[in-house]
Design a protein. Structure first.
Ligand SMILES: Cc1cc2nc3c(=O)[nH]c(=O)nc-3n(C[C@H](O)[C@H](O)[C@H](O)COP(=O)(O)OP(=O)(O)OC[C@H]3O[C@@H](n4cnc5c(N)ncnc54)[C@H](O)[C@@H]3O)c2cc1C
Ligand code: FES
Length: 280
């Protein structure tokens, strides 16, 4: 008999911390499946997501914000938006989280071997990019280097802050941070992400660029990548259409002839340009 795909696995919150403050604060959860068999069988790649939830409340599609190279646990970074994400934010260490997945396609990180990787993120958009950064760091000999461009409105709105200092010490990895307006003691760039990208002037040669963040940022980053000479096939992003089932059954996430939950969330710009409704 087939297993019901809607039945989630139980996981325990092992650690949790706030990345940012404010009304729409972002909280990260490190969770471990209770069942050892589920832990052993689980496999995901950067870009994939999971439906996570709280019993009796509901579930939401959330990017898996860790790389499989980090260990037998999952990380989710959740912005408090509404009913489900509020309930998730109330979970503390030792509490149970419901998880089903992994869902969606992944960034083709293995096809990208031998290339330079450029990630361009804004705000919570760094969550799906972080697994790429960690994956490339764990397989440094297979890539030509990694450049990370990341920005947020203020320094308090940057996720994963504690990790950047260590990252900047890695060979072949450069980390460029920016915030929208000047702040006392801020040692990095001030200005919008798309402008910082232009100023950095990365070469498109043998490079893959991946961008995730607010739609307005993505629009200008795409324009600027084109100005820098990147071809559509060298550019990737993710779509975050509202989802319900997560497995291509309900039609909630469809854009033209695609189910974003199954055909995405990762798309090359070459594909998205042919699907204007998906990218509206
Ligand atoms: C592929 C994918 C990956 C995602 N990854 C993450 C992630 O890593 N971290 C994270 O915090 N969120 C992520 N999201 C968004 C997350 O799924 C929604 O914010 C969440 O479901 C909101 O649920 P809620 O019940 O708390 O809020 P609701 O009560 O359902 O909504 C509250 C508000 O949020 C808006 N909203 C809800 N869903 C979305 C959405 N998909 N896009 C834009 N606005 C939305 C609603 O319009 C409403 O204004 C992702 C979504 C998708 C589809
Ligand atoms: S969320 Fe149901 S078909 Fe995609």
């Amino acid at each position: 008999m087939c297993k019901n795909p809607y039945i989630p696995h139980t996981a325990t919150v092992e650690d949790t911390w706030y990345e940012t403050g404010g009304d729409r604060c972002i909280k990260t959860f490190k969770v471990v499946f209770d069942d050892g068999k589920v832990r052993d069988q689980w496999s995901h790649l950067p870009g994939q997501c999971a439906m996570i939830g709280v019993l009796g409340v509901g579930e939401s599609m959330i990017s898996i914000s860790c790389s499989p190279t980090e260990g037998q646990f999952l990380r989710f970074s959740v912005m408090r938006m509404g009913k489900v994400t509020q309930a998730l934010h109330e979970l503390e260490v030792g509490d149970k989280m419901m998880v089903r997945g992994p869902y969606g396609n992944n960034f083709p990180v293995d096809e990208w071997q031998g290339k330079k990787i450029l990630t361009i993120g804004g705000g919570i958009g760094q969550a799906p990019l972080r697994p790429i950064v960690e994956y490339v760091r764990a397989n440094q000999d297979k890539y030509e280097g990694l450049t990370m461009v990341y920005g947020a409105r203020t320094s308090n709105d940057l996720c994963f802050k504690g990790e950047f200092e260590e990252m900047s010490k890695c060979d072949d990895l450069s980390c460029h941070l920016t915030i929208d307006v000047e702040e006392e003691d801020w040692q990095h760039n001030v200005g919008f992400v798309p402008q910082m990208l232009l100023d950095l002037d990365p070469s498109p040669e043998n490079t893959i660029a991946i961008t995730c963040g607010p739609p307005i940022m993505i629009r200008f980053v795409l324009e600027n990548l084109k100005k820098l000479g990147f071809e559509d096939e060298q550019i990737y992003t993710t779509l975050e259409n509202r989802m319900k089932c997560g497995i291509g059954k309900c039609g909630r996430c469809n854009a033209e002839n695609m189910y974003v939950c199954k055909d995405g969330p990762v798309f090359s710009y070459a594909v998205l340009k042919e699907t204007p409704e998906a990218f509206a």
